[in-house]
Design a protein around this ligand. Structure first.
Ligand code: 5GP
Length: 115
């Protein structure tokens, strides 16, 4: 289990607006939303970042993360309008919390390219 702010959220040591929870996956609203819909989907195991993913080991878990993201997006009413799934990796990628997480953003037209 990761010793990050997300580890604390998984262990319910700090509160979060949880949208989905399973044995392997947790999803909750981002505390600093950048769009009308902005939530995070994380594995419960501690994978620090994208570059630590091993396809042979984590493929099923990654599928579960995307299943959760899509299910919640539908529940939040952004399936038809669309949304963006972002994974920041490392310092230049803008990652602040070293626990793998999908950002799911929607509810407004998002700009491209990102900064
Ligand atoms: P990163 O920059 O690592 O890709 O994204 C980390 C995200 O976690 C940020 O969007 C930030 O707002 C969010 N975040 C950081 N601390 C907390 C927290 O304590 N609770 C929640 N719900 N989100 C957090």
């Amino acid at each position: 289990m990761s010793d990050t702010i997300f580890g604390k959220i998984i262990r319910k040591e700090i509160p979060a607006q949880i949208l989905f929870e399973s044995e392997d996956v947790l999803a909750f609203k981002d505390i600093n939303a950048q769009a009308p819909v902005h939530f995070l989907v994380i594995p419960k195991i501690a994978i620090p970042k994208v570059s630590d993913i091993q396809g042979s080991e984590h493929a099923e878990l990654l599928g579960k993360l995307f299943d959760a993201a899509n299910k919640i997006a539908e529940e939040m009413g952004i399936k038809e309008s669309g949304y963006r799934v972002v994974i920041n990796c490392g310092s230049d990628g803008g990652q602040e919390v070293p626990h793998l997480h999908l950002h799911v953003l929607g509810g407004r037209k998002l700009n491209w390219p990102p900064g």
